[in-house]
Write a protein that binds this ligand. Structure first.
Ligand code: ATP
Ligand code: MG
Length: 358
């Protein structure tokens, strides 16, 4: 008898290349869980339309680029399913049903949406689809009925909304008592488990601007595919939060370079030593700390760059397109089953449908 592994769903939006924040916030967890969970990694290309509706060909190029980044860090398409949102129609249908379960004001109060509107300078010009993407994310996740969602801290508000949508569906259409503990929803007859966020080792890596979170679209990222020269230039450009000479006492806690030191230098004694000397002003220049961080980041990125280089060019593109096709088949098996079960619970099960992919 084969025992089904619990599922994981998470993903990235193709708004650019993957960066160090993705690595420590989510990718590391995905790699660690690849064997013990049935993993689905989604490229949210429909969500990329929220800010780039006029640039679908860029979204396509970034989609291929992100799959290459995933393969380069060690996501294995034989063990995990790589899936493209726009190839999974059940997600859009589920989005409609979840949109009816979440109060409008609840969606608009979502703090991650508010932060994104500010950070990305969207003002009041964002599309109707922009807040809808948060509901869409509930559908992305729940289409796979996962137990865990490995994400960075900024996604916690979205996962909380997803949990609310799941609870409400289970209560409305599966007769689950609203007092039920989250862990017992499926046991009590619910269709959807109440999924938990799994935050990475570093939940929010700051960008090289030293202020906002590192983001693909904020021009403050060190990309996984950056060259050693680019890494050096970007880290050297970080403002250390204070102006000091090597012999001046400094505060490592307001220096973003130490966030990178904590995240990427493996030798904890070295970090402690740098911190102590920095505090004392023990002849430790900012350039010296940065040099250690540059080495550590380049050590992490070197094998990733090598794998990435092997995927460049038309042969790499063709490989990615095959992976996307194969992933679409596997992802739709699960998502179609979820949608059929959801419609059955709702009494909307009039005709059985078969999805054919070629
Ligand atoms: P965008 O600027 O388009 O929003 P992004 O850089 O925020 O892009 P996403 O695709 O939105 O990247 O996020 C993908 C995953 O990576 C999410 O789980 C998110 O929480 C995580 N993540 C993104 N940036 C960071 C960061 N700086 N630190 C930790 N985790 C992060
Ligand atoms: Mg984001």
């Amino acid at each position: 008898m084969t025992v089904e592994r619990p599922r994981i769903l998470t993903g990235d939006t193709p708004t650019g290349k993957l960066h160090l924040g993705h690595y420590v916030g989510s990718l590391e967890n995905r790699l660690a869980l690849q064997d013990d969970y049935d993993c689905y990694f989604l490229i949210a290309n429909q969500h990329a339309l929220t800010t780039r509706a006029d640039k679908t060909h860029d979204i396509r190029a970034d989609t291929v680029g992100i799959v290459k980044d995933w393969l380069s860090v060690g996501i294995d398409p034989d063990r995990s399913t790589i899936c493209l949102q726009s190839e999974i129609p059940a997600i859009v249908e589920l989005c409609w049903y979840f949109a009816m379960l979440l109060p409008f004001n609840r969606v608009m109060r979502n703090p991650t949406l508010k932060t994104e509107i500010d950070d990305k300078g969207l003002g009041d010009t964002y599309s109707f689809g922009f807040p809808l993407y948060a509901v869409g994310q509930c559908a992305d996740i729940l289409a796979f009925r996962p137990e865990l969602v490995p994400v960075g801290e900024d996604q916690v508000a979205h996962i909380e909304m997803t949990r609310e949508a799941a609870r409400r569906f289970n209560q409305f259409y599966c007769g689950v008592d609203p007092h039920t503990e989250d862990a017992d929803y499926v046991k009590e007859g619910g269709l959807f488990p109440i999924p938990a966020a799994k935050i990475g080792r570093v939940g929010r890596l700051v960008g090289i601007d030293g202020k906002q979170k590192m983001s693909k679209s904020l021009n403050n990222a060190i990309f996984l595919s950056d060259t050693p020269k680019q890494v050096k230039k970007k880290i050297n450009a970080i403002y250390p939060g204070q102006s000091r000479e090597p012999t001046d006492p400094g505060d490592p806690d307001i220096n973003p370079v130490f966030d990178y030191a904590d995240a990427f230098i493996k030798d904890k004694n070295l970090i402690d030593d740098l911190r102590t000397r920095y505090r004392k002003g023990d002849n430790l220049g900012d350039g010296h700390v940065k040099a250690h961080v540059i080495d550590a980041v380049n050590e992490l990125l070197e094998p990733i760059r090598e794998k990435r280089a092997a995927l460049e060019g038309p042969a790499g593109d063709a490989k990615v397109l095959e992976i996307i096709k194969d992933g679409a088949r596997r992802a739709n098996e699960v998502a179609e089953e979820t949608l059929a079960l959801a419609k059955e619970k709702m009494g909307f099960n009039f005709a059985k449908r078969e999805l054919t992919l070629s």
